[in-house]
Design a protein around this ligand. Structure first.
Ligand code: NAD
Length: 498
């Protein structure tokens, strides 16, 4: 049956929402009994009171994770066993696609269609792909002389803490927990206080799939009161994070201030989308320039937030981008086909509107949007917004806005385009549009970014690593390279000479 706005509303009303923490295989209240309101940005409605975890809950979750790790109920199982469990986990995620997509949409405001089309299937694929890889990870034998044998093996870190953001709550969690669990670690996951619901539901699905109690714990709560105690915990062996650069830097300090836990940060971006006059299909380039900034209301780490356009096509190209962007207006996220939904919360609306005001003050030309949209009373919506004539170096061309705001910057030649693109504290993603194959290779080689695309945006899959250069982070999620973050390498030497 095709979903309608009304059918989604009634499905959402019938959802039973887990709000307690999940520790040692059980849903439990925070030790203090404290809760916080979980508010939907769609209409400002309170969805539930979520356990507000603090130090005592973190200690309890880390103890449960340590106990389960030492007991070996998961860490010491055969890789084929962990593979089956992760695959079953993936099947369960797929089987609950409607429920998870609605939770995601209610909690952080994205269109249900986006959650159905990307978030939930990508979560399941991450679990399944990673599960499938478990029994293909081999050790090595060192190139020694005849009198000794050198074995190089991977071992799990132990207890891994994962702290994740709200823009893709399930997917960001999956990119961490799948490789962590695959390698035999026990995990404590702290979802964002702005989007805890899908992670709490995921915990029950993990148990149902066969992940033993204590191996996967979820502790909802705030950054300072739940995140920092995890990051500073002396019994956490690995800390993996996705979120802002400011918090990522703080977490690197926490690792140094405590037990030197392994620490990997996936952080912000201000990604350049470079369009040369010789791009093969300028219409397509314009459509993509718009969708690559307005998707998920611009709340994407790889959002194409800087559009660098060659001066000879600047005016006509921007017209096409504006025309494409105008079609992507926010709607109630349950509306079938909605291109944009709600911003995550009122604070994010305020932040983005502040940047829009700043752009105008600094003299950039507003050519689309720029206002809040009244889609649903009490909700958080912003129009797709485009500034033209932005000077490289202005605030809106430098800082990560994390909202539906595009800065268009002109360039005169290839060297200037590369200079503008790389002159950023970030280095997460970049694209180049050109019909000249030599230029495509020249430019992609020079771009200082972890993902670089030619004549499209946002290519990527579980098969390739994802992560940033510079202050966009360290380490990589996805692909076999992700396993490096969740394992120690051990060298074992055996004397063969008696
Ligand atoms: P954020 O840094 O504010 O929060 C991320 C997580 O960290 C949340 O769970 C939060 O509670 C926690 N946290 C906050 N302060 C903390 C502290 N002092 N100690 C421990 N934990 C703390 O980021 P956000 O607003 O949730 O997400 C948006 C940011 O995430 C953007 O900068 C975006 O670019 C980035 N992001 C990066 C990627 C990537 O893969 N590189 C992917 C998605 C989002």
């Amino acid at each position: 049956m095709t979903a309608t706005f009304e059918s989604r509303k009634s499905q959402a009303a019938a959802l039973s929402i887990a709000t307690q923490a999940f520790i040692d295989g059980q849903y439990v209240d925070a030790a203090s009994g404290a809760t916080f309101d979980c508010i939907s940005p769609i209409d400002g409605r309170v969805l539930g009171q979520v356990a507000d975890c603090g130090q005592a809950d973190i200690d309890k979750a880390v103890r449960a994770a340590r106990r389960s790790f030492e007991a070996g109920h998961w860490a010491q199982t055969a890789p084929t066993h962990r593979k089956k469990v992760l695959q079953r986990f993936a099947e369960l995620v797929n089987a609950h696609v409607d429920e998870l997509a609605l939770l995601e949409s209610l909690d952080m405001g994205k269109p249900v269609d986006d959650a159905l089309g990307y978030d939930v299937p990508a979560t399941a694929r991450c679990l399944a792909w990673t599960g499938e890889a478990i029994d293909k990870v081999y050790g090595e034998v060192a190139a020694t002389g005849p009198g000794e044998l050198g074995l190089i093996t991977r071992e799990p870190l132990g207890v891994v803490a994962a702290i994740v953001p709200w823009n893709f709550p399930l997917v960001m969690a999956a990119w961490k927990i799948a490789p962590a669990l695959a390698m035999g670690n026990s995990v404590v996951l702290k979802p964002s206080e702005k989007s805890p619901l899908s992670a709490l539901r995921l915990a029950a699905l993990a148990m149902e799939a066969g992940i033993p109690p204590g191996v996967f714990n979820v502790v909802p709560g705030f950054g300072k009161t739940a995140g920092e105690p995890l990051a500073l915990h002396m019994d956490v062996d690995g800390l993996v994070f996705t979120g802002s650069t400011a918090v990522g830097k703080r977490l690197l300090q926490c690792a140094g201030l405590s037990n030197m836990k392994r620490a990997y940060m996936e952080c912000g971006g201000k990604s350049p989308n470079i369009v040369f006059a010789d791009a093969p299909d300028l219409d397509k380039a314009a459509q993509v320039a718009a969708s690559a900034i307005f998707y998920n209301q611009g709340q994407v780490c790889t959002a194409a937030s800087r559009l660098l356009v060659e001066e000879s096509i600047h005016a006509q190209f921007v017209e096409r981008v504006v025309a494409a962007g105008r079609k992507l207006q926010p709607q109630h996220p349950f509306t079938p086909g909605a291109a944009m939904g709600a911003m995550v919360d009122a604070g994010q609306v305020e932040r983005v509107m502040g940047y829009i005001a700043k752009g105008q003050q600094e003299g950039a030309r507003l050519v689309l949007g720029g206002r809040q949209a009244s889609v649903v009373e009490g909700g958080c919506y912003i129009e797709p917004t485009i500034f033209d004539g932005v000077q490289h170096g202005q605030t809106i061309s430098r800082e990560e806005i994390f909202g539906p705001v595009l800065s268009v910057i002109g360039f005169s030649d290839e060297a200037q385009a590369i200079r503008f693109a790389n002159d950023s504290e970030y280095g997460l993603a970049a694209a180049v549009w050109t019909g000249d194959i030599a230029r495509a290779h020249r430019v992609t080689r020079k771009l200082r970014a972890g993902s670089v695309w030619v004549n499209y945006w946002d290519g990527g899959d579980m098969t390739a690593p994802f992560g940033g250069y510079k202050q966009s982070g360290n380490g990589r999620d996805k692909s076999l390279h992700a396993f490096d973050k969740y394992t120690e390498l051990k060298a074992t030497w055996i004397n063969l000479e008696g």
